[in-house]
Ligand binder design. Structure first.
Ligand code: FRU
Length: 485
């Protein structure tokens, strides 16, 4: 009934939902479902969208295909929470149901101003009226669309702000993923873009009223860094602007850029008077296999929070959960800080509410802290570490040797092998292991590895030339309730 390049009306989804109780049960009974991560109830999930906190409630929208697990038709799903433990699942709330977004309500963001939530997203169009489209420089439409809301649930009509014809002439058809920030009394929008020469960049627009936008500049590296930059975000941390984005087509360089697509941060020194800028300190946001399309927002306490898609497009590794009718999840929320000039990601404080049984063990030399937990948080504080091997699950290790920290998924990665990062001194590890995922924060968030893993047999033990303390907590699950229909 629901086809990839046809609109999806809410009424069609509702009819589909009523007929698919068995599909939901099948997914819910999969033992690989995660305990403390947001997932699609059925089907596919990708980018987090529209992240914000409004009147105390956190809103987490996301790219959602409820119908099947390969992500053909893009809707926006919606979760809300007040504490990052209890969630309400609203199901899909934004549909590709108009001419301006008929082939997918693609990624976008929220910006709160004057007690109103302003949403911006990309309406995707793909044309089939000719057979010579390359779908890069021709054959696609990327509309920038907005709507507002006073509660995150009821939306005003969609307003078309810009079409493919409005972007600079040297752009390809790939321009998308609007994100807003404000500087003094001017609003800025960043859009991810690919130009005709296949150079990836960010387009910067400005506005005084959030409705009419004018092109201000393009932000990119001098030498091309990939052909397309998806999901850009610009925000301020301690007076320093940071640009995060997802460059595609960056070649692997030793242990760097090993994934098919990247998620990076750069410091952006921007002069808003002259539009001169400098990009520096390029840093990979994550060293694991499954991290992409991150988005940040500032919450009511002034914290800069990042959530990423715990997945990646076009990878040659897979997720066996597809057999059970679902795929992908969002990462745990992380707080961003600048410490000694470095961008740091810390698991949000709220996640401590999940902690259950605690065990602690000091270790030295050949240490033997051993547990068979599957869903856990482990904190390892090293007094020193020359080398070590940490088993996180049977057959899955994190090892440190010659200043290189390596995640090795062994036979349990569904095609994922090893990923590494240079760490001059290993001081601290904080590991969040869910049934089929792991997030590893290195040295209090200087580096992070995010990955899916497919081994449900627990084994947590540490050996090596090292000393310190290991603290392990079993973790509780999120409590997720459906919105009353
Ligand atoms: C990133 C992305 C975005 C796009 C969305 C479509 O994963 O490709 O650029 O808006 O996904 O689902």
């Amino acid at each position: 009934m629901l086809k990839k390049y046809e609109k999806v009306m809410k009424s069609e989804y509702d009819a589909w939902y009523a007929e698919n109780g068995e599909y939901r049960q099948k997914v819910a009974s999969d033992e690989r479902r995660l305990a403390f991560h947001l997932m699609p109830k059925t089907g596919w999930m990708n980018d987090p969208n529209g992240l914000c906190q409004y009147h105390g409630v956190y809103h987490i929208y996301y790219q959602y295909t409820p119908f099947e697990p390969t992500g053909e038709l893009k809707l926006w799903g919606h979760y809300t929470t007040k504490d990052f433990v209890h969630y309400q699942d609203d199901g899909p709330v934004l549909f590709p149901d108009e001419e301006i977004d008929a082939h997918g309500v693609y990624s976008g963001s929220a910006f709160i101003e004057e007690d109103t939530m302003h949403f911006f997203y990309t309406g995707n169009l793909k044309y089939f009226d000719r057979d010579d489209y390359d779908y890069i420089n021709s054959g696609r439409g990327s509309n920038t669309i907005s709507f507002t809301s006073k509660n995150g649930h009821d939306f005003t009509e969609k307003q078309l702000l810009m079409t493919t014809d409005d972007y600079p002439e040297d752009m390809s058809n790939h321009v998308r993923d609007p994100k807003i920030f404000k500087k003094d009394d001017t609003y800025y929008m960043v859009l991810g873009a690919r130009d005709h020469k296949s150079k990836g960049m960010v387009l910067l627009y400005q506005s005084k009223d959030l409705a009419s936008w004018t092109y201000a500049n393009r932000i990119t590296t001098e030498e091309p860094f990939g052909y397309m930059w998806e999901c850009p975000d610009v925000f301020e941390l301690d007076g320093q602007y940071i640009l995060t984005c997802c460059p595609q087509g960056v070649p692997k360089d030793g242990i760097d850029y090993e994934n098919v697509h990247q998620a990076v941060s750069m410091k952006l020194d921007y002069d808003f008077e002259t539009n001169d800028y400098q990009l520096k300190d390029m840093h990979l946001l994550d060293r694991g296999f499954d991290f992409y399309a991150q988005q940040t927002f500032e919450d009511e306490q002034g914290r800069r929070i990042l959530i990423g898609w715990m997945g990646i497009p076009d990878a040659d590794y897979t997720n066996p959960t597809v057999e059970a009718g679902w795929q992908h999840a969002l990462t745990i929320p992380r707080e961003l800080c600048l410490e000694n000039g470095k961008l740091i990601q810390k698991p949000m404080e709220e996640l401590k509410q999940l902690r259950q049984d605690k065990s602690q063990k000091a270790f030295s030399k050949e240490c033997g802290a051993a547990f068979d937990h599957v869903v856990y948080e482990a904190e390892i504080d090293f007094e020193y570490c020359q080398n070590m091997e940490l088993s996180m699950r049977k057959g899955i290790t994190l090892s440190y040797q010659d200043e290189i920290l390596t995640l090795d998924l062994g036979a349990f990665g569904a095609g994922r092998t090893t990923r590494s990062v240079k760490v001059t001194e290993l001081e601290h590890l904080q590991i969040f292991a869910d049934t089929t995922s792991v997030e590893i924060f290195v040295n209090h968030g200087e580096e992070v590895f995010t990955s899916r893993m497919y081994q449900l047999e627990g084994e947590l033990k540490l050996a090596g030339s090292c000393a310190g303390t290991m603290t392990v907590y079993t973790l509780d699950s999120f409590i997720i309730e459906d919105k009353e229909k």
